[in-house]
Design a protein around this ligand. Structure first.
Ligand code: G
Ligand code: G
Ligand code: MN
Ligand code: NA
Length: 250
């Protein structure tokens, strides 16, 4: 059977689960936010990575109902966390083209009771590349609701700097490929330094992604990144586990 048919069925039979990865304030060491990362427990194939099924969900349009489910799930879970912790949810380009994104986000906030300021949406440049006028219009509507907008995987796309001029992003997530080269690869260090400098002049928070070692953490700390995320602190955790992690912190 094709993976596409399985994916259609999996939405109906609820084979997905949302995991949460903590994001830590570099200065205080406290968890400030968690990123929602979807998992698929396939009845025969076991865990399937989002790297495999998200692209398929995008091609088939199934990312729209799946993305709405993830948003609802993530907001509902986050509403139970200490109120200073925010939730970050990834959005795909297809969700922007669906015309239903703003109502779906609003519904997720209303049904979960999560205040808009505790929701952050992560987008990549791919969202802005095709029809960026309508994408920017949607982003402005979301931001007007009080939701924060983060630019994800920064540095891996084509024309990130122009997008920073066109929209007031709240956060830049520096792609893990730059962080994992630190501190020895000079080019990566120079790029991280430049991105942090640029972001701080624009009043934008920076998150270093994919921090796996103490050496990388001390490097992003001395470069002035605001936050970090990565296996060094924690892998993505189930809803139950992240609930316990956060209540131990509080
Ligand atoms: O842990 P990780 O393997 O979770 O995720 C792999 C890729 O899948 C990443 O690029 C991540 O952005 C993407 N991804 C994970 N969860 C979601 C989601 O809920 N929505 C979208 N659009 N992408 C996701
Ligand atoms: O594309 P996006 O940045 O949304 O997805 C984040 C991806 O990075 C997820 O697949 C997540 O599991 C993965 N990730 C998070 N922390 C680390 C890390 O420390 N090392 C590696 N290799 N991957 C990580
Ligand atoms: Mn992300
Ligand atoms: Na990223």
């Amino acid at each position: 059977r094709s993976l596409e048919l399985d994916l259609r069925k999996a939405i109906v039979t609820n084979e997905f689960e949302v995991y949460y990865q903590p994001i830590i304030d570099v200065k205080t060491g406290a968890v400030t936010s968690c990123e929602a990362l979807v998992r698929w427990r396939h009845p025969e194939r076991g865990m399937i990575s989002p790297m495999e099924f998200i692209p398929l969900a995008e091609e088939t349009g199934l990312i729209v109902p799946l993305g709405e489910w993830i948003l609802r799930q993530a907001c509902t879970e986050a509403a139970k966390w200490p109120s200073h912790v925010t939730i970050a949810v990834n959005l795909s380009p297809a969700q922007f083209k669906s015309k239903n994104l703003v109502p779906a986000v609003t519904k997720a906030l209303v049904s979960s009771g999560l205040p808009a300021k505790r929701l952050e949406l992560e987008i990549t440049e791919l969202v802005l590349i095709q029809d960026n006028e309508s994408a920017f219009a949607i982003l402005h509507q979301l931001r007007d609701l009080g939701i924060r907008i983060a630019m994800d995987d920064f540095g891996t796309g084509y024309s990130s700097l122009g997008y920073l001029r066109s929209f007031p992003f709240d956060k830049i997530k520096i792609d893990q490929s730059f962080i994992q080269d630190l501190p020895h690869k000079e080019e990566s260090l120079a790029i991280v330094r430049a991105v942090v400098g640029l972001s701080s002049s624009l009043g934008i928070v920076t998150t270093a992604e994919g921090v796996e070692t103490d050496e990388q953490l001390s490097s992003v700390t001395s470069e002035g990144c605001t936050e970090f995320q990565g296996y060094l602190f924690s892998r993505p955790q189930s809803a139950g586990d992240i609930g316990r992690t956060l209540s131990e912190q509080a």
